[in-house]
Design a protein around this ligand. Structure first.
Ligand code: C2O
Ligand code: CU
Ligand code: CU
Length: 518
């Protein structure tokens, strides 16, 4: 027997020691996991909390709104109007005092406004002074496919592209922008865009405000993401499934803008030239105004509204009435994206922006009332529909299960035919469906009431997740089986990802030619 063991403190057996060690280890691991989870939840909460943005009430409206200059055309010997556009890289102070490199047309950021009338024969010389190949597409214009400026019409650096066509459609607010496959988001974001206004005698005879830059004001609305130095930020926006969203807005390239007006009524031509962000535009004081036009021209009659939804690529014309001396703010309210609360947050659905302060002079020149009837619309005959096609938008990059292929014609349409194009959004993301060359009517929308902006001619239509739109389209009479037009999502990252397809307009019985793969 030994007495030593009795006097020694009891020593735990090796297994008990190991057990305690294991317990301590386990507790440590649990604590660590809990910390990690807490951290992740915290991070998620911060990311969520930071995902919405608002400039409402935070701006001083210090800067006078820039008005894109009207580009005067030359008239050539044959009576054709010739416009010269030069795409160029430069430096802009998008944020005052903070130079950043940008692209533009005939300037460092954005481009001039082109203007032509129905019946005009036009040529635009597009000289590419940019360091990259690009294209210029005439969004909303009815024109021959070879003049359309889609991804098949690449202009190499240093080269000039000179499409010609005859303007043959009603007065409208159209626009132009680059369309190189895979880089459209980038080229538009850098700043190449401008308006292309069309006039016609019927619209010109109406007593609507029509002095460009005075009481007829173009508003190119864009969001931008700036880094700490105030430079354009190209960071990828990992939490934005629809593309890059910025926390600041520019109107005509002007940050924090105001506009002085001196007449009672002012017409605004709104263009959403953002790459991904949808706006919901109205006045901060909730006043009603007259919606008079959509993508493809004036409505048949004005609609009295307080908000106008505008997804990327869409346009709206409105007439607002002001009282002497007042300073109402044009604002974008949280848009109705139709996604779930989480998706909405990361797609800009909770965001709001003060866009522009209107400063009415102490004395305002009287303006005629907005007429009760505007223009007659050519009736599209639903009885003439020869075919219904379905376009299923899936995920972020496909239509009918296929990604864009420059060498594949997806649809062949007969010149002069009338069709129903049914667009179904089968993804959880919002999309904005655009068709080149045509203006259509939305005959059925998302299963619910369609917004009044969809009463008129459209070339781009927002389709919420799970929603659909049935478009009544009459195709033009020019056939060209060799050069395709595009249909695509106008959320430009989706377009670049491949959510785009090609259609050709062929004579009856004519087969499409194989387009070149560039
Ligand atoms: Cu505004 Cu195919 O584009
Ligand atoms: Cu287009
Ligand atoms: Cu999309």
């Amino acid at each position: 027997m030994t007495t030593r063991t009795a006097t020694m403190p009891p020593r735990p057996s090796p297994t008990r020691r190991a057990g305690r060690l294991l317990l301590i280890l386990l507790a440590g691991v649990i604590a660590l996991v809990m910390l990690l989870v807490l951290g992740l939840v915290g991070l998620a909460a911060t990311v969520y909390a930071r995902a919405d943005t608002s400039t409402v009430g935070k701006l001083g409206f210090a800067n006078r709104l820039k008005i894109p200059p009207l580009l005067s055309p030359r008239t050539d010997a044959s009576g054709r109007k010739v416009f010269d556009l030069r795409l160029q890289a430069g430096t802009s102070e998008l944020l005052p005092g903070r130079p950043t490199s940008t692209w533009g047309a005939n300037g460092a950021y954005l481009g001039p406004t082109l203007r032509a009338s129905r019946g005009d024969r036009v040529t635009v010389n597009v000289a590419n002074g940019l360091p990259q190949a690009t294209t210029i597409h005439w969004h909303g214009m009815h024109l021959p496919a070879r003049a359309d400026g889609g991804p098949h019409h690449m202009i190499a650096p240093g080269a000039t592209w000179s499409p010609s066509w005859t303007v043959d459609q009603p007065a409208a607010t159209l626009w132009y922008h680059p369309h190189p496959h895979g880089s459209t988001e980038d080229h538009v974001y850098r700043g190449v865009s401008g308006m292309f206004l069309l006039d016609d005698p019927e619209a010109g005879a109406l007593p609507l405000p029509e002095r460009y830059g005075v009481d007829d004001i173009p508003l190119v609305v864009q969001d931008k993401h700036f880094d700490r130095q105030g430079r354009l930020d190209f960071a990828d926006g990992a939490f934005h499934p629809i593309g890059r969203l910025g926390g600041a807005t520019l109107v005509n390239g002007t940050y924090d803008p105001h506009l002085d007006v001196a007449s009672q009524r002012v017409r605004f031509r709104l263009l959403n030239a953002s790459t991904a962000r949808a706006f919901e535009i109205g006045f901060g004081d909730g006043r009603a105004f007259d919606l008079i036009g959509s993508d493809g021209g004036l409505l048949d009659a004005p609609r009295r509204v307080t908000r106008v939804p505008l997804s990327p690529g869409e346009r709206a014309e409105v007439v607002a009435t002001f009282r002497p001396g007042e300073r109402p703010v044009l604002r974008s309210f949280p848009p109705h994206l139709g996604t779930n609360a989480l998706e909405d947050r990361f797609a800009g659905g909770d965001d709001s922006f003060d866009l522009l302060q209107v400063r009415a002079a102490a004395a305002l020149a009287p303006s005629p009332a907005v007429p009760e009837r505007l223009v007659r619309h050519q009736r599209l005959d639903p009885g003439a529909v020869s075919r219904t096609r379905t376009f299923a938008l899936d995920g972020f990059s496909t239509i009918n299960g296929r990604e864009m292929d420059m060498g594949r014609v997806d649809q062949t349409v007969t010149a002069g035919s009338t069709e129903i194009w049914e667009v179904r959004n089968q993804s959880g993301n919002p999309h904005s469906f655009h068709v080149h060359d045509v203006q259509f009517k939305v005959v059925d929308y998302a299963g619910g009431p369609r917004p009044p902006t969809l009463d008129g001619w459209k070339d781009t239509v927002f389709v919420p997740p799970g929603g659909h739109a049935r478009l009544l389209v009459r195709f033009g009479d020019d056939a060209d089986p060799a050069v395709p037009y595009m249909f695509h999502c106008h959320l430009l990252r989706h377009e670049d990802n491949g959510m785009m397809g090609q259609f050709v307009v062929a004579a009856p019985g004519q087969a499409p030619a194989q387009p070149h793969r560039h």
